[in-house]
Design a protein around this ligand. Structure first.
Ligand code: 9UX
Length: 71
């Protein structure tokens, strides 16, 4: 079943940052994400049997941003 999660994302300073994260996340299998620069949050719908929240978090960190309040 799909799960929904909201993450805090740190380190974004312009709209290209949020667009970049959104694009990278949406390329992951089973993941649909919106990233909001102003609120510094990402809303993520994902299928945990395909891609885990851990992988999503690591992907964001790998491209240079931070993740907070994962739930
Ligand atoms: Mo904007 Mo984000 O120039 O890494 S793309 S700061």
């Amino acid at each position: 079943d799909a799960k929904h999660s909201t993450l805090g994302v740190t380190g974004m300073t312009c709209a290209a940052c949020s667009n970049r994260i959104e694009k990278v996340l949406n390329k992951m299998d089973g993941v649909e994400a919106q990233v909001n620069l102003t609120t510094e949050k990402a809303t993520v719908d994902y299928d945990p049997s395909i891609t885990s929240m851990d992988e999503i978090t690591r992907k964001i960190e790998k491209i240079g941003y931070g993740v907070l309040n994962e739930k």
